[in-house]
Design a protein around this ligand. Structure first.
Ligand SMILES: [Zn+2]
Ligand SMILES: [Zn+2]
Ligand SMILES: [Zn+2]
Length: 283
């Protein structure tokens, strides 16, 4: 599947300017220096690391700004809403702390322990902890470290709980056809609290990748899957023709998300998070 070689372009949602990925990070720093407000914020860059992504993984990014006190569950909701939700799969955040992998599970089976119960578990059953002043999840990881990792309920933790200790973590949605996203801290600063239900501000994101139809070269509308499981990028007309001839089994819309073509993904369920805009033509 051919894409243009040039670095994919994105849009700054603060001023509307267009930059490639690296240039966008430099550009955003200028805006953030001028931020007024005293809410502790973090800027996370979200990129795609999906093992079976149909589209090139470097094509997608989100620059997101959020308060440190944002519950992890709100970040999960937001990532679902903007990029991944198809049919209510499980998800988690994954952090590597020293040698231990910590899974912050969004859906845990059975009763969810309280912070006090986790403290109690560390005290009664955990190995002696080197750093007793560390945050709860770090002490839990130290107390129960092992090659299999540890699980904690995502509902007890905030974004700040993680990024006060680590600079990068992973989000996984759907443990079958997994979409895996890398989240990297780009900066921490104070500024105005993002408004709205989920208190997350989109600073920038990539334009929709311009991918040609395999048959006619016009912009493709769908990812069509043949009976051997191979993907074809097709415009609507050629997708319909291929389907009528039995050349493809089904197709999914080619939407601006690293989950395009996987499971039944067909785009953001919140209209305000849709961004199906092609980059400006090079002049
Ligand atoms: Zn800007
Ligand atoms: Zn699904
Ligand atoms: Zn076509």
């Amino acid at each position: 599947m051919a894409t243009k070689r040039q670095s994919p372009l994105g849009k700054c949602f603060l001023c509307g300017k267009v930059y490639a990925r690296a240039g966008m990070a430099r550009h955003l720093r200028k805006h953030l220096k001028e931020r007024q407000g005293d809410t502790p914020l973090v800027w996370l860059r979200v990129t795609d690391a999906t093992p079976w992504a149909v589209l090139p993984s470097q094509a997608f990014w989100l620059d997101l700004e959020m308060p440190l006190d944002l519950p992890l569950l709100d970040l999960d909701d937001f990532l679902r809403a903007i990029w991944v939700e198809c049919c209510g799969h499980l998800s988690h955040f994954v952090v590597t702390y020293q040698d231990t992998t910590v899974y912050f599970e969004v859906h845990l089976e059975g009763p969810i322990p309280t912070r006090e119960e986790i403290e109690e578990e560390i005290r009664l059953d955990g190995d002696p902890i080197p750093d007793t002043s560390a945050p709860l999840w770090v002490r839990y990881a130290q107390a129960f470290s092992g090659p299999w990792g540890v699980e904690l309920p995502a509902s007890l933790f905030t974004v700040g709980d993680l990024v006060q200790v680590i600079d990068k973590f992973v989000y996984e949605y759907d443990f079958g056809t997994t979409t895996r996203l890398n989240l990297q801290v780009r900066d921490r600063y104070t500024g105005p609290r993002p408004e709205g239900n989920m208190a997350i501000r989109v600073l920038s994101r990539n334009f929709k990748p311009r991918i040609p139809c395999d048959v006619c070269g016009k912009p493709a509308d769908v990812l069509a899957v043949d009976e051997e499981g191979y993907y074809h990028t097709l415009c609507k007309q050629h997708a319909d023709e291929a389907y009528d001839k039995g050349d493809v089994e089904y197709y999914l819309p080619l939407v601006n998300s690293p989950r395009a073509g996987l499971c039944g993904y067909d785009g953001p369920y919140l209209p305000e998070l849709k961004f199906e805009v092609f980059p400006p033509e090079p002049s």
